[in-house]
Design a protein around this ligand. Sequence first.
Ligand SMILES: NC(=O)c1ccc[n+]([C@@H]2O[C@H](COP(=O)([O-])OP(=O)(O)OC[C@H]3O[C@@H](n4cnc5c(N)ncnc54)[C@H](O)[C@@H]3O)[C@@H](O)[C@H]2O)c1
Ligand SMILES: [Zn+2]
Ligand SMILES: [Zn+2]
Length: 345
Amino acid sequence: MKALVYHGPGQKAWEERPRPTLERATDAVVRITTSTLCGTDLHILKGDVPTVGDGRILGHEGVGVIEEVGAAVSSFAKGDKVLVSCITACGRCAFCRKGMYSHCRDGGWILGNTIDGTQAEYVRVPHAEMSLHALPTDADEEAMVMLSDILPTGFECGVQNGQVAPGDKVAIVGAGPIGLAALMTAQFYSPAEIIMVDLDPNRLEVARSFGAGQSVDSRSGDAVRQVLELTGGEGVDVAIEAVGIPATFDVCQQILAPGGRLANVGVHGQPVVLHLETLWAHNVTLTTRLVDTVTTPLLMKVVRSGKLQPGRLVTHRFSLADVVKAYDTFGNAARERALKVVLNA
Ligand SMILES: NC(=O)c1ccc[n+]([C@@H]2O[C@H](COP(=O)([O-])OP(=O)(O)OC[C@H]3O[C@@H](n4cnc5c(N)ncnc54)[C@H](O)[C@@H]3O)[C@@H](O)[C@H]2O)c1
Ligand SMILES: [Zn+2]
Ligand SMILES: [Zn+2]
């Protein structure tokens, strides 16, 4: 089969690899029909994710059709359409039993990281019972593939951890696919105001079309002042950090109203300064989380109902065999006005 293989920082190729086979009775092999690229794949290509070694097939998002299942898999059979979760879960270890699939002792984020991933014609999925979700045959694959990673990430790490509630003022810093997923799912709870912060005017425009009432262009470096102005000097109840750099974490900690919640979603590669000297008396809560994908079934129902339309995030489409071109487009997201780049097999 063909697959997108990582060969160290800056190097990747669409090349011939052996087709995966069942290794354990709990595995399934899935023929990929739709996949997509994630910002994390770009981090890997920069060499920021040391767990990914030379020769690894990338990708942790996908929809496909079951090719083969191990003897211990009873919920799925050859021919079933499935969603592949970015998180693999055994369902039995202590962390899985707490709903913390991301910390599964025999799983977590392993696809396209420590085992071969979904930017390939076929993928082996361990613990298939817990790590795949059944899809109806007529499912909109482009919408569903957003459930592999970005929708549960924005919802769990941003909206749920931030405890967005009716009437809240919410600021989301970072209008990439994850920030936009938080924006879409925050609206389940009827917040009074959602303020989107980004440097990219195109993404802010997209955010407004997805329901952000206010947007703050932070290129001038005064995002804090602008958010405070928009909230009558009070600040926001929830600040969702969806970038992953010290500057945006800092904005979030400076725009919280008393009792506010700062939900960090971004993957940080550097330390940040936590201003406890001002925050200590503000009754604030700071949360962090690696996506667990426990809410995928719930989100899937909302997508099926048509109330959530994540397919609107798709800006570009390529055939799977053109995945290298897809990376070029996604790697220049601002210039290409790219959000989610979908690969069709
Ligand atoms: N916690 C988790 O489990 C988890 C899972 C997946 C992704 N992530 C992380 O979430 C973050 C967002 O992911 P994404 O795919 O949307 O990324 P992205 O790079 O597409 O989006 C980031 C956005 O931040 C904006 N930005 C950059 N610097 C800024 C600044 N100084 N002020 C305001 N905006 C700024 C960019 O213009 C861009 O629109 C990343 O750090 C990613 O690694 C976390
Ligand atoms: Zn991802
Ligand atoms: Zn487990």
